[in-house]
Design a protein around this ligand. Structure first.
Ligand SMILES: [Zn+2]
Length: 206
C-alpha cells in the first residue's frame, strides 16, 4: 500500500502534503473520545433501547455487511405504504427486524389516518465512519455515540410530506399522532429534533 501511495505521489499528485497523507491513514474517529462524551438524560433511554438488540456498535461498512450476511440487519424498501426513504448520503437503509416492521406499521397507519399521504425517512443506520463524513458537512452532527449506530433508529422529517419540502402543520400533527400511539404502547421512543427538522425514533425491544 505504501509503495502504491508513493508511486501516486511521484506521478503528479505531489501537492498532497505529508499531513494530508497521514490523516488519510488514521481512522476518522477516536473511540475512546467518543465513549467519553456525556449522554443527556433525554437521549440515554434511546441508547439503552438501541443496545438491547444484540447489534454491536457499528464502526464501518464491513460490520454492517457482517450483520446483513447473518440476517440481523434487514434491507428497508425505498418506498412503502405511507412512507418514502429520502436519498441517503450518510446512512444506510438497513435495520433490525423490529425497527423495519415498526417503520412499515407507522407508514400504514399514517397513510390510513391521512387518506393516502406519505412521510419521508431522512436517516437510518449510520456507522461511526458515516458520522465522520456527516460531521464534515454538518458541524452540528453529534460527536458521541448515536442510537443510529446500532441499526435501530431512524429519523422522519416533519417538513417533508408527499416528497415536497414544505411546512405542513396538518401532516405534522397526523405524524405526531402516529408516534404518540406507538409511544403509549411502549414500542418506541422519540425526540423532536429542531435542528434537523425531524423526529428521531428508536424502537424498544418490546
Ligand atoms: Zn436521529
Amino acid at each position: 500500500m505504501k509503495k502504491v501511495l508513493f508511486a501516486v505521489l511521484l506521478s503528479g499528485f505531489g501537492s498532497l502534503s505529508d499531513a494530508q497523507v497521514s490523516k488519510k491513514k488514521l481512522p476518522c474517529y477516536d473511540l475512546k473520545q467518543i465513549m467519553k462524551v456525556e449522554v443527556t438524560p433525554l437521549y440515554k433511554p434511546h441508547l439503552d433501547a438501541a443496545r438491547s438488540f444484540g447489534v454491536k456498535l457499528l464502526e464501518d461498512a464491513s460490520m454492517v455487511q457482517k450483520y446483513i450476511a447473518n440476517g440481523k440487519l434487514k434491507k428497508i424498501k425505498k418506498t412503502g405504504k405511507g412512507y418514502r426513504i429520502q436519498k441517503l448520503d450518510y446512512s444506510r437503509p438497513y435495520m433490525v427486524s423490529k425497527a423495519k416492521s415498526m417503520l412499515e406499521k407507522m407508514g400504514a397507519r399514517f397513510s390510513k389516518e391521512t387518506g393516502g399521504h406519505t412521510f419521508t425517512v431522512s436517516s437510518l443506520t449510520r456507522t461511526l465512519e458515516d458520522q465522520c463524513r456527516l460531521r464534515r458537512v454538518n458541524a452540528n452532527a453529534a460527536i458521541g455515540i448515536s442510537s443510529h449506530n446500532y441499526g435501530n433508529s431512524f429519523d422522519i422529517s416533519y417538513i417533508r410530506f408527499n416528497d415536497v419540502l414544505k411546512y405542513n402543520p396538518k401532516m405534522e400533527i397526523a405524524l405526531e399522532k402516529v408516534l404518540q400511539y406507538y409511544l403509549k404502547k411502549g414500542m418506541i421512543l422519540y425526540i423532536k429534533e429542531k435542528q434537523q427538522s425531524c423526529y428521531h425514533i428508536t424502537i424498544r425491544n418490546y
